[in-house]
Design a protein around this ligand. Structure first.
Ligand SMILES: C[S@@+](CC[C@H](N)C(=O)[O-])C[C@H]1O[C@@H](n2cnc3c(N)ncnc32)[C@H](O)[C@@H]1O
Length: 291
């Protein structure tokens, strides 16, 4: 088949299976099979025949995409801020919403203008998206935890990819547990997390790309979506620098009021600030530790 015929076949198949933006997906997978940058498509000769190997690989990937395997898993990468990060089925695909969490953190910490290396904890690091992006932008030592050993392998690949080996250390374990041995109580400038926050009851009804292929461990926030906020917020207090340390969390849809209440009920933080995303949804909450 020619490139053009293959592309038309792929678009038809993806449309039939209800894949959003079938053309974009078909083109991305074609670029991947041809080992081509997206920008090079302008020079592509659409009448050229695909080799047997290219055609087989393209059919295999398109068929998987039609089965609703997320595009990013098939490509093995996902864009995040200005980088492509490595991803596989062991990690949540980093989302644009999380880019905003990182941007808010960078802005707030730069405003403080502290001296020396900042100390940060990233709880539930997954692909390492938050940890590596912060390390790239700020003079920071980031400790990043996850309960998933598979996720930490991907995070390690991203640490290498962004060359932040000297700044980011991964620790395997439950929430803050692995941090207790570090003796960093009262010395942390930032505790940041994009925790699992989807209410358990709605997980099964999400798009198949999410509900069938992304790790539930990365999504399931318990009955009301707030289980992890209830654990992370009180535990962060003892680690944060009094009067200086920031707690910054991504917010699940409709959870802003509940999370704000959890923070305020600790009586250890200045009034939280909430940042909306481009759609006007409250997406990030930031609270500075008080005395
Ligand atoms: C929503 S994902 C966020 C991943 C990544 N930080 C991002 O923003 O793309 C939540 C992550 O928390 C991890 N996780 C779930 N339960 C955990 C726990 N008890 N302790 C540490 N990490 C946990 C999951 O494995 C997953 O990687």
């Amino acid at each position: 088949m020619t490139i053009n015929e293959s592309l038309q076949w792929a678009i038809g198949m993806l449309e039939q299976e209800g894949v959003e933006n079938a053309r974009g997906n078909a083109e991305h997978l074609l670029d991947h099979c041809l080992g081509m940058e997206r920008t090079a498509r302008f020079f592509l000769r659409y009448e050229r025949a695909l080799s047997a190997a290219e055609e087989n690989e393209y059919r295999r990937l398109v068929t998987q995409r039609a089965d609703r395997v997320p595009l990013q898993y098939l490509l093995g990468k996902a864009p995040f801020l200005n980088e492509d990060l490595v991803v596989d089925e062991g990690v949540l695909i980093p989302r644009p919403e999380t880019e905003q969490v990182v941007e808010v953190a960078i802005r707030l910490l730069r405003q403080e203008g502290g001296v020396g290396d900042l100390v940060m904890f990233d709880i539930g690091t997954g692909s390492g998206a938050i940890a590596v992006s912060l390390a790239k932008e700020l003079p920071a030592k980031v400790w990043a935890s996850d309960v998933s050993a598979d996720a930490l392998k991907v995070a390690q690949a991203n640490i290498r990819r962004l060359r932040v080996e000297g700044q980011v250390t991964l620790i395997h374990g439950d929430l803050f547990c692995p941090f207790h041995v570090l003796n960093l109580e009262g010395q942390v400038d930032l505790v940041i997390s994009n925790p699992p926050y989807i209410p358990h009851g709605i997980l099964g009804g999400l798009a198949p790309e999410v509900s069938q292929y992304e790790p539930w461990m990365a999504l399931d926030g318990g009955e009301d979506g707030c289980d992890f906020y209830r654990e992370i917020i009180p535990e962060a207090i003892s680690f944060l620098k009094p009067d200086m340390g920031w707690l910054i969390l991504e917010l699940g849809d409709g959870l802003a009021i509940q999370v704000k209440d959890i923070i305020e009920s600790q009586r250890k933080f200045a009034p939280p600030q909430i940042f909306p995303d481009l759609n006007g949804k409250a997406r990030v909450i930031a609270a500075k530790r008080g005395q």
